[in-house]
Design a protein around this ligand. Structure first.
Ligand code: ADP
Ligand code: MG
Length: 158
């Protein structure tokens, strides 16, 4: 089964389009637990842009804000709960305990996590790593499956 996938992303629109493909694949994979994606890449790599593409592809009409200050933004759409985290400003992982972090990784949820390394030890293990690399003005996305669910998602994308 495929463990990795690399996708060239020419511009912001292509990033949103890939977000649609990714969420479609996620929705096709049967799973009874939540699905967790760690979105990795430098500031400005496109983690939030990809998340926006995924959330809007599910039919969300509103603005998808970066959760930089709120730590998490929640979207209930198409029968799913999407939690979009940005832990960049997290100073103390204990804050995650106060938020009741474990409750976010429940059935029928999709967690998209930017700067997951700040929450090490407190977050659910990832099903999929999404590593975004700069390629001048474009980007390369590298998907790495970390679970059976992650492998199924990559399979659907191929
Ligand atoms: P991050 O969340 O990783 O810090 P953002 O998604 O907030 O990054 O910002 C990415 C920025 O890069 C946006 O201003 C976007 O317009 C720009 N951009 C340029 N090229 C691309 C590309 N190929 N994919 C994604 N974003 C791109
Ligand atoms: Mg961001």
């Amino acid at each position: 089964m495929t463990e990795t996938l690399i996708q060239y992303i020419s511009d912001e629109n292509a990033m949103c389009d890939f977000g649609k493909k990714l969420i479609d694949a996620i929705c096709q994979v049967p799973n009874h637990k939540g699905i967790t994606l760690y979105l990795n890449g430098e500031l400005g790599a496109g983690k939030t842009t990809l998340s926006r593409g995924m959330i809007q592809a599910l039919g969300y009409q509103g603005n998808v804000k970066s959760p930089t200050y709120t730590l998490v933004e929640e979207y209930k759409i198409s029968g799913k709960n999407i939690y979009h985290f940005d832990l960049y400003r997290l100073s103390d992982p204990e804050e995650l305990e106060f938020m009741g972090i474990r409750d976010y990784f429940a059935e029928n949820t999709i967690c998209l996590i930017e700067w997951a390394e700040k929450g090490v030890g407190l977050l659910s293990a990832p099903d999929l790593l999404v590593n975004i690399h700069y390629a001048k003005h474009a980007r390369n996305i590298e998907l790495i499956a970390k679970s059976e669910t992650g492998r199924h998602i990559i399979e659907k994308l191929n």
